[in-house]
Design a protein around this ligand. Structure first.
Ligand code: KIV
Length: 266
């Protein structure tokens, strides 16, 4: 099967084919997602919460990310592998970001690195892209800033906040980002940003109009022991196997049956 690349997902946006994405942190689940047809596998720093049991993503290190990304990379033959740069591994300088992004690609097998932040990160994105590193942006609810945001709250409500996020999205695109995660923002704003951009948007709690959707694997399997966010749906219920649940998720994303209004914000 032909590997998914950043060019593939750009073409999917043009063709209006929805992009199905899930997180994974190990070899077996990565292989399962890959063979069921997930387009994009994210090794998120959410591993700090769902693999390590922390209350936030802040304790995750580059070494943790490299380890889990390399496990996932060995399970993948088709999907695009996007891996997070964790907290304080890229904010200090563009050179720091380049060194850690290089590790994520060379040792972690990542195809694309993801970093959080809007316009302020645009020069760093440009620095990475000019040196051959594909970048995924992440705006809206950025979990690495949970203490600054005052909790895991919806972002982009109100005209000023919506304008801020729209400016951030354009700045990341102009800096060369290949795709953009929109997390926990009103659906209408996510739809407007998606239509304004040439690069694909991947929503998580951002409504059905994004070009693709992502969920944390443990949320969509209903195995996270603490409360899951409103935007998460347990696809395991009514399914006989994990593989069936993943197939149901992919089908729901492709047919725009997920997320519904009950998983979205106004
Ligand atoms: O950390 C993560 O898993 C993520 C995705 C869910 C977008 O950032």
């Amino acid at each position: 099967m032909k590997p998914v690349t950043v060019a593939t997902i750009a073409e999917m946006k043009r063709a209006e084919e929805k992009i199905a994405c899930l997180t994974a942190y190990d070899f077996c689940f990565a292989a399962l997602l890959d063979r069921t047809g997930v387009d994009l596998v994210m090794v998120g720093d959410s591993l700090g919460m769902v693999m390590q049991g922390h209350a936030s993503t802040l304790p995750v290190s580059v070494a943790h990310m490299v380890y889990h990304s390399s496990c996932v990379a060995r399970g993948i033959t088709r999907a695009l592998l996007v891996a997070d740069l964790p907290f304080m591994s890229y904010q200090q300088s563009a050179e720091q970001a380049l060194a850690n992004a290089g590790r994520m690609m060379q040792k972690g097998g990542a195809h694309v690195v993801k970093l959080e932040g809007g316009e302020v990160m645009a020069p760093t994105v440009r620095f990475l892209v000019d040196r051959g590193i594909p970048v995924c942006g992440h705006i809206g609810l950025t979990p690495q800033s949970v203490h600054q945001l005052g909790g895991y709250r919806v972002q982009g409500r109100g005209d000023d906040a919506a304008q801020r996020l729209t400016t951030d999205a354009r700045a990341l695109q102009d800096a060369g980002a290949s795709l953009l995660v929109l997390e926990a923002i009103p659906s209408t704003l996510a739809g407007d940003i998606t239509r304004a951009l040439k690069i694909p948007t991947i929503g998580i709690g951002a409504g059905v109009d994004c070009d693709g959707q992502v969920l944390v694997l443990q949320d969509m399997l209903g195995v996270y022991p603490h409360a899951s966010p409103k935007f998460a749906k347990n696809f395991m219920s009514g399914q006989a196997s994990v593989e069936d649940a993943v197939r149901a998720y992919i089908a729901a994303v492709k047919a725009q049956r997920f997320p519904g209004p009950e998983h979205s914000y106004t």
